[in-house]
Every structure is written in structure tokens, then in C-alpha cells.
Design a binder for this molecule. Structure first.
Ligand SMILES: [Zn+2]
Length: 242
């Protein structure tokens, strides 16, 4: 269903230790936003957020992400392909989608309510019953504490591949934003001044109080119960058992 992809041109390497001309950096930032929902400012400045987003994106297909995008390199080709795919209609071809396990039905999580808001498109927010119970319960707990969480990608209604993720195929995985000290509904990374460790710890504790949770991937290891994983500095990846 994908048309042939045009790979944008960059003149030199972008990313960690790269040449980083502003024009090239803008191309890569725009691709990361479209292909990986990186939510970067397209400002031509290759700072920690951009380098982190490159690494995070590469961790989906490289064993050793180097945080660099080379002209004509694999990362650039993958970014172009994923960005192109996203500009088309969401995948819903039942012949190619691998659906949720055991024929389970996926249900859309509410776009917003007490203790939560959405930061992904609505067609990307379908989960299993256990996932919806987890999100509902966690949002309620956060709301009682005067907090709220941002809910990102879960799965498509019929499951199946959801680029740039390898998982998120059967409604059992969700991405959540870390909490912010200013309570704004926006992205935040562990190193940012507005990152709230206390708020994020409350989120993790609430998640882990649900027996359905198998693991929480997140790179602030000062928070008990999370597992460090490449790319998880700006979101928590949460997996439930069913
Ligand atoms: Zn994830």
C-alpha cells in the first residue's frame, strides 16, 4: 500500500559527533517528528533532545544505536519510509495486520478524563481490557494526587505493526509521558528542568500496584521498579500480561 518513498537529501552527518549543518538537522528533525513522533522543535539545532530522538529511533532496529544519521545511510532510509507511511491512512488491512492475541477485542481508551490526556492520534489508542483497566485505575490514582498522565501510542484497533515500534501490536503496550513539575501537557525528558521525578515516581508506583503490569521501561533508575532501556528517556513503555 505504500508508494515508493523519496529519501530526503542531507549533505553531511547529523547527530552525535556529526557535521550538523542547520539545514540537515531540520530535515532530520522533521523526519523524526513524522516517523517517530519525536515532538522536536524543527530549529536546526542538534541538541540532546534531537540526538536522543535519533538514538531512540535507532533502538527499534539497531543493536548498537550510534545516534547518527548519515547521508544515504540506513537510518535516513528508515526514517523516510516511516515518515511516508505515516502520511497515509492508518493500516487497517486485515490480511496483513497481525491481530491481538487469542482473538481478544481491542477497545479505545478515552481521549481524556480525570487524571489523563492523550498525546497520540485516536486510531493509535486501542488496548485490551486489562490495559484499559490499568490506565483507568492509574489515571484515577493520579487524579486523587492532583496529577495527570499523558497517554501515547497503544495499538491500532485490529492490532498489527505500528511503526516506529516493534511492539504495540496487540493492545498490551502503552507509552506514557513522564510527569512535569509545571503540570503542562507537553513532552519532557529525564534531563529537562521541568522533569518531575516525584510525579513520575507516583505514576510508576501506581502502575506497579496493578498485577497485570509485566514491566515498565524507563531510564530514570532512581525510580524503583523501572528497567532502563535505550531510548526511554522521554517516555515510559508499559507492558501488561494480557
Ligand atoms: Zn512503547
Amino acid at each position: 500500500m505504500t508508494a515508493s518513498t523519496t529519501v530526503p537529501r542531507i549533505s553531511a552527518t547529523v547527530g552525535a559527533g556529526g557535521t550538523n549543518t542547520a539545514a540537515d538537522v531540520r530535515v532530520v528533525q522533521d523526519l523524526l517528528n513524522r516517523a517517530a513522533r519525536a515532538e522536536l522543535a524543527v530549529d536546526g539545532d542538534c541538541g540532546p533532545a534531537t540526538c536522543g530522538a535519533i538514538r531512540s529511533y535507532q533502538s527499534g532496529f539497531l543493536k548498537a544505536p550510534d545516534g547518527r544519521v548519515d547521508p544515504d545511510g540506513l537510518t535516513l532510509r528508515r526514517l523516510a519510509a516511516d515518515a511516508g507511511e505515516r502520511s497515509e491512512a492508518p493500516r487497517s488491512d486485515p490480511a496483513t495486520a497481525s491481530g491481538p492475541a487469542d482473538g481478544a477485542r481491542l477497545t479505545q481508551f478515552a481521549r481524556q478524563g480525570p487524571g489523563h490526556y492523550a498525546y497520540a492520534d485516536s486510531e493509535r489508542q486501542y488496548g485490551t481490557d486489562a490495559m484499559l483497566q490499568l490506565l483507568t485505575g492509574t489515571a484515577a490514582a493520579l487524579h486523587r494526587a492532583g496529577l495527570e498522565m499523558g497517554v501515547g501510542d497503544i495499538s491500532f484497533v485490529q492490532g498489527g505493526l505500528m511503526p516506529p515500534h516493534k511492539t504495540h501490536q496487540g493492545g498490551r503496550h502503552v507509552d506514557l509521558r513522564p510527569l512535569r513539575t509545571d503540570h503542562a501537557r507537553g513532552p519532557v525528558s529525564i534531563g529537562d528542568p521541568v522533569y518531575s521525578r516525584d510525579g513520575t515516581r507516583a505514576l510508576v508506583e501506581s502502575l506497579l500496584s496493578h498485577s497485570a503490569v509485566r514491566r515498565v521501561l524507563f531510564n530514570d533508575t532512581e525510580i524503583a521498579g523501572v528497567r532502563s532501556y535505550p531510548g526511554h528517556h522521554n517516555h515510559l513503555h508499559v507492558e501488561v500480561g494480557q
